[in-house]
Design a protein around this ligand. Structure first.
Ligand SMILES: *Cc1c(COP(=O)(O)O)cnc(C)c1O
Length: 378
């Protein structure tokens, strides 16, 4: 508690709060003065270009939120009704919601203990046991459904073994879509998370590392897919100076210019935020290692954005004691998500033993991880 108080001060401390100490106000006013506040406007394109430069992805398409980005990425990857998508049970609900919107069903494989993201071994084992290639597609022999995509997630910004998952998906010819909602600023080698698969998706919700209020982004290196993504997220309207003609069922998923204005300002501050967050993670790490508490760290060869720090307590009893002790004293901490495979909507879905997922579910707690007030320019 003393360490947390020394970083964040005396008031009640949230898990993660946004900071707006750059050009946010100025860009918002510019936006309002320009009259372009909705989904057409210069800031949207500018924000997309900033994401392209930062991640190294060739194309970026801004959306109203991360869930919408993932929904469209999956649809464009070819996921449809009664298909199956392999994902992880240890994730935020948005992953499974998005894939359900396509009419597909999730199946869950286990995560690695160190990354808390999809385990390539578990994926391999699942495919070897249940999958077969037939008629140019991959089928689940147990359910009879087509396996249409694989969606790993980079939990709390710790990169999963995405290069191995990519190799497995390539071998099976299963489209790979990375849920990189939590991992803006996280890398494997020098390569940004979200750029390994056919698509990666980002989120700029209020609790994420940078925020646009609400917002998301599809990133891809595939030019024709990028064009499709832009088209379908903007009501599939055929460009014309005044006529309204649409050539398929599209979505009103484009990020409004007002939100993009926030995004442009936030992106300018991202390198600095990453630096501050790295220092906080190091202070936590030194403290918890002195006290014999395990703390998540990026696997060798990868860099985490330190979005949310996570400690791993001895067991469920210790976790519960820690949660009530801290929350009762105004320091917000929270357990990792309830496994998707235990939720009413998904409990009938096929899964493997989920040993590591269950182990982590009982032990992982997130601790306050914002950029502290005293680091701000205000
Ligand atoms: C935040 C998040 C999303 C997307 O959330 P939105 O609130 O729709 O932007 C998707 N997946 C994960 C794992 C997330 O944490």
């Amino acid at each position: 508690m003393e360490l947390i108080r020394s970083i964040y001060g005396k008031d009640s401390i949230p898990l993660h709060r946004p900071i707006f100490d750059g050009n946010e106000r100025q860009y918002l006013v510019e936006c309002i003065d320009s009259n372009f506040v909705s989904s057409v406007g210069a800031k949207v394109t500018e924000f997309e270009q900033q994401i392209v430069r930062f991640t190294g992805a060739h194309f970026a398409i801004a959306t109203v939120n991360g869930t919408a980005a993932l929904h469209i990425a999956l649809q464009l990857a070819g996921v449809g009704r009664e298909d199956e998508v392999i994902s992880q049970a240890l994730t935020f609900i948005a992953t499974c919601n998005a894939l359900s919107y396509t009419g597909a069903h999730p199946v869950f494989v286990d995560v690695d203990r160190d990354t808390m993201g999809m385990s390539p071994e578990a994926l391999n084992r699942f495919l070897a046991k249940h999958a077969e290639k037939r008629d140019g597609a991959v089928w689940n022999k147990s359910s009879g459904r087509r396996i249409a995509a694989c969606v790993p997630m980079h939990t709390f910004g710790f990169p999963c073994r995405i290069e191995e998952i990519h190799a497995i998906c390539s071998e099976w010819a299963i489209p790979l879509v990375e849920d990189a909602a939590e991992s803006l600023g996280s890398y494997v080698g020098g390569r940004h998370t979200g750029t390994f698969g056919l698509f990666g998706t980002l989120s700029f919700n209020g609790n994420k590392i940078i925020t646009t209020g609400g917002g998301g982004m599809i990133i891809t290196n595939d030019e024709s897919q990028a064009r499709r993504a832009k088209h379908i997220t903007t009501t599939a309207k055929i460009p014309h100076p005044y006529e309204f003609v649409h050539d398929e069922i599209g979505y009103n998923y484009r990020l409004p210019n007002l939100n993009a204005a926030l995004g442009c300002a936030q992106m300018e501050r991202l390198p600095w935020m990453l630096e501050v967050k790295r220092e906080i993670a190091e202070r936590y790490r030194a403290f918890f290692s002195d006290h014999g508490v395990q703390m998540s760290e990026p696997r060798p060869g990868s860099t985490a954005n330190n979005w949310l720090n996570a400690i791993i307590l001895a067991d469920k009893a210790e976790r519960d004691a820690f949660l009530s002790y801290t929350n009762e004293r105004g320091v917000m901490t929270r357990p990792i998500w309830r496994l998707m495979s235990r939720l009413e909507m998904f409990k009938h879905c096929q899964h493997d033993g989920l040993e590591n997922s269950r182990w982590l579910e009982d032990r992982v707690v997130n601790i306050p991880s914002s950029v502290p007030e005293k680091n701000l320019n205000t």
